[in-house]
Design a protein around this ligand. Structure first.
Ligand code: UT7
Length: 341
């Protein structure tokens, strides 16, 4: 297990640039699947889903709509908000557990769809923490001068890895994509601190076991439903609360700020009870947390960028505001970033 941090106030050293978000965008598919719809599919109730998770509905992609299609639309919106052309993008990172294909990487598909022909493209997989990890990686490219304008995307078509016969998981997830444009900026704006961590001893608790090199796709893996997500919900819950609480606290400490300085916390949107538990651990009033999971469910790597984009467009996050993002996911992986927008 390790935790790494980038120096607080990155821009202040004179050598390192600060890096900030100059545009956000998001996209969710049109089709809405409600709890009432799920009542007809598995043995569940709206009451169980709402009280145990807080989720009321989620969006489901069309069959012909791949992760890159959603990612491209979110990217177009982020680029438009930033006033940046696709040709100016020189780095695209897509965080996803549901790539279009094993390879080529989904970022290459996005590149082609939006016409970002000058970009270097790759995917990053850290499950629900993937978007924060990807922003951290892209920031290092910009700080070192290896890139000037990065497009960082969290995008998921979880509906295609959801076991629609498993009531314990199928009620929780949804599809969507969120994107940010990153560029260098003058301190004291930009990322003030990021912490990340992982615990590979707990890989078994949240996974898609089939279809990789350990258990390549076969009639047997399909019959055993190994190509779908499997989760030990209670264990994931406990670890998520502890790791996200600690990560947010550590990132804030490294930024030299306190919770009083924070305008908005954007947590990974897995379960309202997880969000409430973190909020209580940190001692933050509910109005400082941006929560949209009741409308989208858990969109894994897409959860934070979609919530961030909504919060920006709704005026909940303004220029100069300090925002804390915090995530947790399979691996386990976790992370938190503090940014002055
Ligand atoms: O993105 C990061 C990854 N994911 C998460 O962070 C999710 C973390 N975990 C959770 O959010 C929660 O553990 C769940 C929402 C998945 C489950 O809530 P829980 O309070 O931990 O419930 P449970 O799994 O202990 O299940 C309680 C009961 C069980 O019945 P018995 O054994 O008590 O008779 C389940 O079989 O609820 C039953 N159950 C359901 N009942 C109706 C499980 N799923 C359902 C369902 N509808 N959909």
């Amino acid at each position: 297990m390790k935790t790494q941090a980038q120096p607080a106030a990155e821009g202040s050293s004179g050598t390192a640039k600060s890096v900030t978000i100059v545009g956000t965008g998001s996209y969710v598919p049109e089709r809405v699947l409600t709890n009432a719809d799920l009542e007809k599919m598995v043995d569940t109730t709206d009451e169980w889903i709402v009280t145990r998770s807080g989720i009321r509905e989620r969006h489901i992609a069309r069959e012909d709509e791949a992760t890159s299609d959603m990612a491209a639309e979110a990217s177009r919106r982020a680029l438009a908000q930033a006033g940046v052309s696709a040709e100016d993008v020189d780095l695209i990172i897509v965080a996803t557990v549901t790539p279009d294909m094993v390879f080529p990487n989904t970022a290459c598909f996005v590149q082609n769809l939006i016409g970002a022909r000058n970009a270097t493209c790759f995917d990053l997989e850290a499950a629900c923490s993937g978007f924060l990890y990807a922003m951290h990686v892209a920031s290092q490219f910009i700080r070192t001068g290896a890139a000037r304008t990065a497009l960082v995307i969290g995008a998921e078509k979880l509906s295609c890895v959801t076991d629609w016969q498993d009531r314990a998981t199928c009620v929780l997830f949804g599809d969507g994509a969120g994107a940010v444009v990153l560029q260098a900026c003058e301190a004291p704006r930009g990322f003030l601190a990021t912490v990340t961590g992982s615990d590979g001893a707990l890989t078994d608790l949240l996974k898609i076991p089939g279809g990789g090199s350990r258990s390549p796709t076969s009639v047997e893996t399909i019959e055993k439903r190994m190509h779908y997500m499997q989760m030990v919900g209670k264990e994931v819950f406990k670890n998520a609360v502890r790791s996200m609480g600690d990560a947010a606290r550590n990132a804030l400490e490294q930024s030299g700020l306190t919770l009083d300085d924070v305008a908005c916390v954007v947590p990974h949107q897995a379960n309202i009870r997880i969000v409430d538990a973190i909020r209580e651990r940190l001692g933050v009033p509910p109005e400082k947390f941006y929560v949209n999971l009741e409308r989208f469910g858990n969109m894994s790597a897409a959860s934070i960028p979609v919530a961030l984009d909504e919060a920006v467009r709704a005026g909940r996050i303004k220029k100069g505001d300090v925002v804390v993002m915090v995530a947790f996911g399979g691996g386990f992986t976790w992370g938190s970033s503090v940014i002055r927008m």
